[in-house]
Design a protein around this ligand. Structure first.
Ligand code: BJW
Length: 245
């Protein structure tokens, strides 16, 4: 039976949390909201860039049509990220990796804030905004916070594009498979700050649930996944997660 809790954390969840050995966490844009990173959806709003909804500008089709416009959108967002910091939720999750015997963090976020908070071995399903990729030979290029990004591939001279997964594109090879395996093995699964509308990421909590995990959602709003969760903790990630640790 599902419980929907307002703060503080239920006794049942505390008990599960203190006994768990295999834990899997899926995060989305909402976990970075308290750092100042805009979400895509939520609160009835949709992100828009220069009049284009994000699912138009962040699409495989747009890379082919107008890669310059796509770069503008990602350059703007990298610029914004420069002044932002990980928040209490990122830091709490980073602590969990040393607390549990088997811990997996899977993120849909491209902002790198989990890693900046100290998380290791993060499975990034949708790539990373701090990398570019050659459209021809796939060579990856790190983008530093200080320098201007490279204009062309240093291997073959062809154009670069952001190394992120846009609508209609495949996820990085093996990333979903590793995440799905960990989801199927975990006993406690947290779903934090995602509207759970984008696939295949949204399948992960369902996989965990189907394999017997206790699934907990942390989000100020109900989502597409709320009904399958064992517990829904309504609140902001930076407020809720530190109460568990
Ligand atoms: C807080 C909070 C606080 C606020 N604390 N919470 C099956 C069915 C239907 C369609 C498909 C399907 N399988 C695949 C598809 C197609 C498509 C898809 O899913 N479409 C659906 C939208 C219908 N998927 C794909 O195209 C994927 N590729 C794929 O499947 O490849 C195979 C294939 C190829 C070709 C053809 C067909 C199949 C790729 C998806 C890539 C998604 N990319 C983006 C953009 C990345 C680059 C960029 O940043 O611009 O990734 S889209 C965008 O959505 C971004 C996010 O990672 C992703 C998920 O969003 P997220 O994280 O959930 O954020 P929000 O904003 O939606 O929600 C925020 C939440 O936080 C809200 O709930 C708030 O309440 C909450 N919140 N403050 C806690 N303080």
């Amino acid at each position: 039976m599902q419980t929907a809790t307002a703060l503080p954390i239920s006794a049942r969840l505390r008990e599960r949390f203190s006994r768990a050995q295999r834990v899997c966490v899926l995060t989305g844009a909402g976990i970075s909201a308290e750092s100042g990173v805009p979400t895509f959806r939520g609160g009835g709003k949709t992100a828009v860039w220069k009049g284009m909804p994000f699912d138009v500008i962040s699409s495989a089709r747009m890379v082919q049509r107008d890669v310059v416009a796509v770069w503008e959108w990602f350059d703007y967002r990298r610029d914004l990220l420069k002044s932002l910091r990980p928040n209490a939720a990122h830091r709490e999750i980073a602590r969990w990796q040393d607390r549990f015997e088997d811990f997996t963090l899977v993120t849909q976020n491209i902002d790198g804030l989990h890693q900046r908070a100290g998380s290791r071995n993060v499975i990034e399903l949708h790539g990373n905004i701090w990398r570019a990729r050659c459209v021809t030979c796939d060579t990856r290029h790190e983008i530093s916070q200080q320098d201007k990004r490279a204009a062309a591939c240093f291997e073959c001279g062809d154009p670069l594009r952001p190394d992120v997964v846009l609508f209609g594109e495949m996820l990085p090879p093996g990333a979903f498979e590793r995440a799905a395996m960990k989801a199927s093995e975990c006993e406690l699964c947290f779903v934090v700050g995602t509207s759970a509308l984008v696939y295949p990421a949204a399948n992960l909590p369902e996989i965990a649930k189907a394999h017997g995990a206790y699934v907990v959602e942390v989000n100020p709003e109900r989502t597409a996944l709320s009904t399958i969760c064992d517990e829904v903790v309504k609140g902001e990630a930076g407020e809720v997660l530190p109460l568990l640790g």
